[in-house]
Ligand binder design. Structure first.
Ligand code: CO
Length: 235
């Protein structure tokens, strides 16, 4: 038998929470059962001090959530890709919000050379970002470096989301979908917009744009029509 005694406090809190929510709002749980049509997919850090719902003032059911250490999106992570695909194709979310937080422990670890085990391999992705923008860190102190890398990491992960076939397929079928990058500081919990709001194929660097044969035929047809229209207005 597992030692349930150590979880006793959690079960007690849970029953208390369930009763008090039910007392304040008797329909809460029946509403929750019916509702799974979120408009937002949140991709954030696993940090226990971070709660997607609370920080956005949304109810459970209003936001679909994926979390991992340092909010990283990599193209071979089938966990993250599955969440993306389900959120976009089935739930039809309209916004994907990659959210980082200043002082992130994962980002901090990526700036150091101390091995923490298997996770070093995961954080390697963040070291790559540092390496790419190394000159930006030249005159920064330790904390400023962590914060800058936290911001650059969010931007990079927004780009990675946009480079997936899942997001690009959605754009190609004209599904409304915007990818955003936000960051906040644990000391005040205020969300800051990093002003990377991407909602179309054309905003992605060309090398990352993927088209199959049918897409290319469609693009060619559109181009021809545009050219024809241009000609007819000239004459
Ligand atoms: Co973190």
């Amino acid at each position: 038998m597992p030692n349930r005694a150590s979880l006793e406090a959690i079960f007690k809190n849970n029953r208390h929470w369930s009763q008090s929510v039910g007392a304040q709002d008797p329909d809460f749980f029946s509403r929750l059962e019916r509702q799974q049509t979120p408009e937002y997919l949140w991709i954030g850090c696993s940090d226990s001090r971070v709660s997607a719902n609370e920080i956005m003032g949304l109810l459970p059911g209003e936001v679909f959530v994926h979390r991992n250490v340092a909010n990283v999106v990599t193209h071979t992570d089938f966990n993250c890709l599955s969440v993306l695909q389900y959120a976009i194709d089935i739930l039809k979310v309209r916004h994907i919000i990659v959210t980082g937080h200043y002082g992130c422990g994962g980002v901090r670890a990526a700036l150091e050379n101390r091995s923490l085990g298997l996770i070093d391999n995961w954080l390697r992705h963040i070291k790559d970002i540092y390496h790419q923008f190394e000159e930006m860190f030249t005159h920064l102190g330790a904390e400023e470096s962590v914060d800058l890398l936290c911001e650059l990491n969010v931007r990079e992960q927004v780009a990675n989301v946009c480079h997936t076939t899942i997001v690009q397929d959605a754009w190609k079928r004209n599904q409304a979908l915007t990818v955003h990058g936000l960051i906040y500081r644990l000391s005040d919990g205020i969300l800051h917009d990093l002003d990377v709001n991407i909602n179309a194929m054309e905003e992605v660097p060309r090398i990352y744009q993927m088209y199959n044969d049918q897409d290319l035929r469609n693009r060619l047809r559109t181009l021809r029509t545009t050219l024809k229209q241009g000609k007819s207005t000239e004459t």
